[in-house]
Design a protein around this ligand. Structure first.
Ligand code: AMP
Ligand code: TRP
Length: 346
């Protein structure tokens, strides 16, 4: 369990989240992250959204690809509805305070905490000796991302739970070690909701992922209308008959539950409401309806993304402005941290 504290943080509530510029964005990224960002912005939250290129280099990237991939994610954030004037959207490597705070946190986080991280185990595979030190340190950089803005809330998909717990532990330990109760907030995840864990279209027990070699396992944000419709029509179901009538009936049917969850998340409905409409009907009815809904919700985003990428000047100007705004929040905080740690003052 995460550490708790006697004195709690009393600063302003603020959101931070990040997305790596690696591979194509998919429906899981949209429902688990991008859509939530836009909804939170529209609900009035102050938000800082980051393309985390420093995280991307913990794994080898194709030569020369980083800047283009970064621009793609920035375009997706804007296309999904984040407004660079209302929110802060920027590129991680353009704000130096992230790396500086990472070093300080490296001396706060414990080896044992990082050794428990399942992402490192998954990504380093059998040959952990050859993984980069950066891949091991990935969660500490993530803690620095969040805390260099004293962010209190972090909208992410369910796969980020363990990383968030590490961020809370780093914050609590810093506050305790330097005797500054309530200095850093213990950031909370905003994870709940129907989009938190979108599964592969080919296997209802595996999450939809950028790295799945099967293209048909995911819907990419950049897929055209026909491709989206085809992938949904081919999505795996089961041989247990028509659509379930209740959530209980759906429980042992992971592939079906995933499709219903996707429908619910896209439509802003609950699973129950979707089943009230489609329970007892055949997949020949439900799948085309889902395909139509997915196209209706995703194609304006895809179009906007393409339009932004065709003339990247707008994206680049937004990132420049975002870096300035992010720096303006981070600089006074990293200054405070330097004082708390007790470094030499020049
Ligand atoms: P990444 O692409 O790993 O940088 O992830 C970006 C965001 O998308 C993070 O908040 C993830 O938790 C979220 N995410 C990734 N895959 C999924 C998925 N299958 N379902 C829901 N959210 C996801
Ligand atoms: N680790 C996150 C992912 O893979 C990306 C990320 C980096 C992040 N820094 C963050 C998410 C800070 C939230 C807050 O999806």
């Amino acid at each position: 369990a995460a550490m708790t504290e006697q004195v709690s943080y009393s600063g302003p509530q603020r959101i931070f989240s990040g997305i790596q510029p690696t591979g194509n964005l998919h429906l899981g990224n949209y429902l688990g992250a991008l859509k939530k960002f836009a909804d939170l912005q529209d609900a009035g939250w102050e938000g800082i959204y980051c393309v985390v290129d420093l995280h991307a280099i913990t794994m080898p990237q194709p030569k020369g690809a980083l800047a283009d991939q970064t621009r793609q994610i920035a375009a997706a954030m804007m296309a999904a509805g984040l407004d660079p004037d209302t929110s802060t959207i920027f590129v991680q490597s353009s704000v130096r305070a992230h790396t500086e705070l990472t070093w300080i946190f490296n001396c706060v986080a414990r080896m044992g905490w990082l050794e428990k991280m399942t992402q490192f185990k998954d990504k380093s595979g059998k040959d952990a000796e050859r993984a980069s030190v950066g891949l091991f340190d990935y969660p500490v950089l993530q803690a620095a991302d969040i805390l260099v803005y004293k962010a209190t809330h972090v909208p992410v998909g369910e796969d980020q739970k363990q990383h968030l717990e590490l961020s809370r532990n780093v914050a609590a330990r810093f506050n305790q070690q330097y005797d500054v109760p309530g200095f850093f907030p213990l950031p909370e995840g905003l994870i709940e909701g129907p989009g938190a864990r979108i599964m592969s279209l080919k296997d209802g027990t595996k999450k939809m992922s950028k790295s799945d070699p099967a293209e048909t396992s995911r819907i990419n944000l950049i897929d055209d209308t026909d491709t989206i419709a085809k992938k949904i029509k081919k999505a795996k179901t089961d041989t247990l008959g028509d659509m379930p009538e209740t959530v209980e009936e759906m429980a042992p049917r992971p592939e079906v539950a995933n499709l219903v969850g996707i429908y619910a998340a896209l439509a802003g409905m609950s699973d129950e409401q979707v089943l009230a409409e489609y329970g007892g009907k055949g997949f020949g009815t439900f799948k085309p309806a889902l395909a139509e809904l997915a196209v209706e919700k995703l194609s304006p985003i895809t179009q906007k993304m393409r339009q932004l990428l065709d003339d990247p000047a707008e994206i680049d100007a937004a990132m420049a402005k975002g870096a300035e705004k992010a720096n303006a929040v981070a600089e006074p905080i990293i200054e405070e941290v330097r004082r708390v740690v007790g470094f030499w003052q020049v």
